[in-house]
Design a protein around this ligand. Sequence first.
Ligand code: 6PG
Length: 476
Amino acid sequence: APARIAVTGLAVMGSNLARNLARHGFRVAVHNRTSARTEALIAEHGHEGDFAPAETLEELVASLRTPRQIIIMVKAGAPTDAVIDELAPLLEPGDMVIDGGNAHYADTRRREAALKEAGLHFVGAGISGGEEGALNGPSIMPGGSEESYRHLGPVLESIAAQVDGVPCCVHVGPDGAGHFVKMVHNGIEYADMQLIAEAYDLLRRVGGLAPAEIAEVFRGWNTGDLESYLVEITAEVLGHVDAGSGAALVDVIADEAEQKGTGRWTVQEALELGVPVTGIAEAVFARSLSGRVGQREAVRRAFGAGEPAVSDQDVEQLVDDVRQALYASKVVAYAQGFDQMRAAGAEYGWDLDLGAMATIWRGGCIIRARFLDRIREAYDKEPALASLLVDDYFRDAVANAEAAWRRVVVKAVSAGVPAPGFVSALAYYDGLRSERLPASLVQGLRDFFGAHTYRRTDREGSFHTLWSGDRSQVGA
Ligand code: 6PG
């Protein structure tokens, strides 16, 4: 029988996705550039379902029912283009090429437009959840045409994670919308991880707690509002002892955070769109800073690392304050990410349903968390929400956390423990709620040195002050 769907690129993500499809009863054609991987997949997991191994892309294409659906799971960038270039001439109008990698959404838009000319559907699908998710149910964010989703939707929804019987997969929007949303997901993932790392650092350096104790704190937090996959695995990582040295693993791992680029893309795009995603930006920069080893050493030598910060305060209070600061900062990070999706939707003509994004992030993905249910509810109630911060639930949550949040920021700053995520989240909140911002002074300065003009609070129009003349005001 012809296969229902195909996967090419059988590294871990690709083979796990193929296995997931097979386990759900779909006959899956599988292919890899070097067939050893295909053979290994069949040898180890062939019994899990109905696989149709193919040695060449021609063979893969021939084994599929039409319209064909082929998922590409290779490295983003040139390798993806190479597969598309080889594949496209073998296909017929109506066939669908799905890119399940972490592609840049602009590449996806370009590829979608190019394949459309040949009558092919190109679907950039964000897939989150790592290896485990790909196998047991990821969160899937497909873009592309509505027609393609009519064919693909049922398959993707059945292999996606399910929360309360709802699949973590929805048609995000046309062309690059899916990969854009996946990019923002990763940006939020960066912010979330940075905040978690800062919370740990404060508990350790200000609270004097040991990694194993902090693991317990996170385990406790995971039973409340902060319940999430990242908080859960933080407890695992912090609780893990390195077999060789007997030390906490976190003390043996080099403190230089790496990145493959999706967080950076999120910030680059936010800069283009003019959306302040300060939490994500701080997270990206904190990773960069950690990697500047030579500079770190030079500055440490020049100034000293500072005294150990541990103080004799009430640790229980600190733990609870940090919990609240983490929650409030996390709300800010999500508010910023959702803002960016809204702005991109307007810019690219995608009709993004933000509540649906929260819905498909409830399970399967790396940022899955209890509070995504709250975000879904917030957008269900008010799809045009000005900011997540003003939804009743989040407004109360942030207002209740505010005092603790400020205490934590003050402590971090006075102890010399860097907490760029907490600090910038609080500054964002204070910025948005201020009655008057010093932006008026910035405008005055711009007008002074460059006659860039300003608007007034009391009258329509643009004005300029004759700074080097008699300093009277003229309309611009
Ligand atoms: C996911 C993840 C995944 C990505 C990592 C790596 O949603 O499953 O986001 O796509 O592999 O998060 O990102 P960095 O290497 O840039 O940290």
